[in-house]
Design a protein around this ligand. Structure first.
Ligand SMILES: CC(C)(COP(=O)(O)OP(=O)(O)OC[C@H]1O[C@@H](n2cnc3c(N)ncnc32)[C@H](O)[C@@H]1OP(=O)(O)O)[C@@H](O)C(=O)NCCC(=O)NCCS
Length: 179
């Protein structure tokens, strides 16, 4: 069992170290020295962004998209940040194609020991307790076998696929999980 908790100041040094290690807040966009430096310069502002989220986000193609209500949960051990589960409370036209309700990532040094599978299971438990959803959509790049395995281990049922919106030539698989 893993612990999922709200982002908090105690985890920020480890979170920044995780980004330096290769963890990215957005699986579609790697961090850069500049994006990491911005969080490090004002970790409080980054944490505050979860309480006062923007109404719009910049999509990978640079266009503006609607930001849906969302909850960020971090997987931690003591003060060590291990990974994140991002839960979108509802879908929109973009998330119906790529993104879905749930996204997750594990810092590189913590991969391969079952964390993502346990984090997704805990995330689904959180959804069942907090949101009026009976099933959730997860989308995964067809070239991400580890994530496909994580979803299938959590009961994901493949419903179809679409051309990836942001990665030409790649495919996003659609899985639904009953919660
Ligand atoms: C995908 C990711 C979350 C997996 O995290 P993890 O903690 O290593 O995952 P787990 O250890 O819980 O499980 C991985 C499973 O995939 C399997 N796996 C790993 N690499 C694999 C590969 N190349 N081919 C097939 N299966 C693979 C593992 O054996 C394991 O299955 P098992 O439990 O049956 O042995 C992690 O690699 C990551 O953060 N990647 C970047 C972000 C990302 O891709 N997020 C998902 C977006 S949909």
């Amino acid at each position: 069992m893993v612990t999922l908790t709200a982002p908090a100041p105690a985890f920020m040094p480890s979170f920044i170290a995780a980004m330096r290690e290769g963890f990215s807040r957005d699986t579609l966009r790697p961090e850069t020295a500049e994006t990491i430096a911005a969080v490090e310069a004002d970790p409080g502002a980054y944490l505050a962004s979860f309480d006062n989220p923007p109404t719009h986000i910049t999509l990978p193609d640079g266009s503006q998209g609607e930001a849906v209500p969302a909850t960020m949960l971090w997987c931690v051990e003591g003060d060590t940040f291990l990974g994140s589960v991002g839960i979108r409370h509802r879908l929109n036209a973009t998330l119906e194609k790529v993104g879905g309700h749930v996204g997750y990532a594990v810092r590189p040094s913590a991969r391969g020991r079952g964390l993502a599978s346990a984090m997704l299971a805990e995330g689904l438990t959180w959804i069942a307790a907090n949101l009026p959803l009976t099933r959730v959509l997860l989308t995964v790049n067809a070239q991400n076998p580890a994530s496909i395995r994580v979803i299938e281990k959590n009961g994901g049922v493949l419903s179809g696929s679409v051309p990836h919106l942001w990665h030409p030539g790649e495919t996003a698989l659609h899985y639904w999980i009953d919660v």
